[in-house]
Design a protein. Structure first.
Length: 183
C-alpha cells in the first residue's frame, strides 16, 4: 500500500465514499503497480477490467488509451439528451477519466449549467432527507410521481437495495439532480 493521495476527480469528488474506489493491494493492469487503491466500478471495454485499474490510470487517461475503456457511457452524460448538453471535452472527462458507479440499470450522469455535475453517491430515503428538500425534490421531479405514489416510492428508496437514487450536485450553482432506478 502507498500513502499517495488519490487523484482529484472533478466530477466524482469522493470515490472512496461512493465505493467506486477501494483500498487494495491489487496490481494495476495498466501501470503494473500496486498503488494501494483499485477501481471497483463499471468499465466498458473489450477486455475484462473488473478490479484491475488504479485511480491514477483512470485520471490520466492511460486506462482509456490502453483499452479504449469508458467508465461512464459517453451518451449517458446528460442522460441521452434528457438533461443539458455539454461540450465534447466534458463528456470525455466524465466518460474516460472519471470513475463511474454501478446502478441497477444503465447509469446516467446529471448535467447542469452546461457542465457535468458532481456525483455524490447512491442514496436512499434517509440520505435524501440528510441532503435536504432540494435533493428530495430533484429525485421526485425525475420520477414524476405525486401523492401516495410518491410517498410509497420515497419510503422504499434504499441506497443498498432497490429502488435506489443516484444524486448529483452542480458545481456551479449547487442545484441537485439525479434519478432513481430498480432492477
Amino acid at each position: 500500500m502507498t500513502d499517495n493521495a488519490l487523484p482529484n476527480f472533478q466530477y466524482h469528488p469522493d470515490p472512496l465514499a461512493t465505493g467506486s474506489i477501494e483500498a487494495s493491494t491489487q496490481t494495476c493492469l495498466v501501470c503494473s503497480l500496486a498503488k494501494g487503491f483499485i477501481y471497483k466500478g463499471p468499465a466498458y471495454a473489450e477486455a475484462e477490467l473488473i478490479d484491475v485499474i488504479c485511480p491514477w490510470c483512470i485520471a490520466d487517461g492511460k486506462a482509456h488509451e490502453k483499452f479504449d475503456a469508458e467508465f461512464v457511457d459517453a451518451a449517458a452524460v446528460g442522460d441521452y439528451g434528457t438533461w443539458e448538453s455539454v461540450s465534447e471535452e466534458v463528456v470525455a472527462e466524465v466518460a474516460y477519466r472519471t470513475p463511474g458507479f454501478s446502478g441497477w440499470q444503465q447509469e446516467s450522469w446529471f448535467t447542469h449549467c452546461s457542465d457535468a455535475a458532481q456525483f455524490l453517491g447512491r442514496v436512499g430515503k434517509q440520505e435524501l432527507i440528510d441532503f435536504g428538500p432540494h435533493a428530495i425534490r430533484a429525485i421526485k421531479e425525475e420520477i414524476a410521481f405525486e401523492g401516495e405514489e410518491w410517498e410509497g416510492y420515497f419510503d422504499s428508496l434504499d441506497k443498498d437495495d432497490a429502488p435506489t437514487a443516484y444524486l448529483f450536485k452542480c458545481p456551479h450553482c449547487g442545484t441537485f439532480g439525479g434519478y432513481s432506478d430498480f432492477p
